[in-house]
Design a binder for this molecule. Structure first.
Ligand SMILES: [Zn+2]
Length: 356
């Protein structure tokens, strides 16, 4: 066998094995198989060189090369299984959702605890005060018909008082005009109609809820705001009952150093009507910039239920009398917490909201 290149099969095998084992991913292994076992590999070269050997050597070396290739292919298959398993486990780990994970927020507590919005807190506190005074809590729809929002409250289509309410109209005319309620007063009508229908007069109820007007948001107005409406209908109710109820609520909610006063005003659904003010919560009556040095802040409106409203609901104004009052819950929160700009209530700045 002179002239034949001696084949070092042991060296060929260890080089091929090294190349395969160096692969760290299934993709690298596929490349290593191509270069170590493919057509241009040293192994394929050794096969081609068999032709130079004599027949006996050719058969022997050919068999050894065949066995070597078999071992290398088995090794590659085994390595591929291992790498595939490793890659699958890594992908699963990356996708894993750890439901026990503790999210570390910027609070000291490991779990950031939520809380109710200051307006909701104020609404809850007001409800507590009125329930303690014997009122029931009632609710009504936020989308109202023209009848409940205006007409039954003594505001026919031509009434100039409708100009006081910049209204969001949902549907005009046929079959009915539907508006986003501009105040909680429609709940008064619903309460009186229900009491007449079910024979459950008298009424002592408060109705808190969301209202809507086309106001541009500023320091003391929001286009979506909250009101609480109070309604008492009974026999022999006087203006003194109204004044006493408002004073009792004011002291219970704002504290004994805060008082109320009534100023003559006009609302189409009450007669007589009064705005009501409370002692300035900033200066407690001494006079400051917030109250324009008057010592008083305007909180809401009130009055004796107009006989025309009673008649619209089917209640005899000769037998029954009553009063109603209403004020903004947002404004109440603003006064109690001395918030200079009401828009802070809807900006969702957690640094602000976490103070309450
Ligand atoms: Zn003041």
């Amino acid at each position: 066998m002179s002239g034949a290149v001696p084949l070092d099969l042991a060296a060929l095998e260890s080089a091929t094995e090294r190349a395969l084992r160096a692969a760290e991913t299934t993709a690298e292994l596929a490349e290593a198989e191509t270069s170590a076992l493919g057509k241009r590999s040293a192994l394929a070269g050794a096969h081609r060189s068999l032709g130079a050997l004599d027949e006996e050597d050719r058969r022997r070396v050919g068999r050894e090369l065949h066995e070597l290739r078999g071992r290398m292919e088995a090794l590659a298959a085994e390595l591929r299984r291992g790498l595939h398993e490793r890659e699958r486990a890594a992908a699963l780990e990356a996708d894993r959702l750890d439901l026990t994970e503790v999210v570390l927020g910027d609070l000291r507590s490991p779990i950031a605890r939520g809380r109710t919005h200051p307006v909701t807190q104020t609404r809850d506190a007001l409800e507590d005060v009125f329930v303690a005074m014997g009122f029931k809590v009632a609710e009504g729809p936020e989308a109202e018909t023209d009848w409940y929002n205006f007409e039954a409250l003594n505001m026919p289509p031509s009434h100039p008082a409708r100009g006081m309410y910049d209204t969001f109209f949902l549907e005009l005319g046929e079959p009915e005009t539907i508006v986003l309620r501009t105040h909680t007063s429609p709940v008064q009508i619903r309460l009186m109609e229900a009491a007449v229908r079910e024979g459950t007069l008298p009424i002592h109820a408060v109705a808190p809820g969301r209202c809507f007007r086309r106001d541009t948001a500023d320091a003391s107005h929001l286009p979506v705001f909250h009101q609480v409406e109070g309604l008492v209908v009974d026999r022999g109710i006087t203006f003194g009952d109204l004044a006493g109820t408002i004073e009792a609520f004011t002291a219970a909610y704002f504290g004994p150093e805060v008082h109320s006063r009534l100023r003559p005003s006009y609302f189409p659904f009450t007669e007589p009507s009064a705005e009501y003010d409370i002692t300035c919560t900033i200066c407690l009556g001494a006079g400051c910039r917030t109250c324009s040095n008057t010592g008083w802040l305007e909180l809401g409106g009130s009055g004796m239920v107009d006989p025309a409203v009673f008649l619209a609901c089917g209640i005899d104004p000769e037998e029954w009398s009553g009063f109603a009052f209403g004020f903004g819950i947002d404004r109440c929160a603003q006064m109690r917490h001395q918030i200079p700009d009401m828009r802070a209530l809807v900006e969702n700045d957690l640094r602000f909201l976490r103070q309450f």
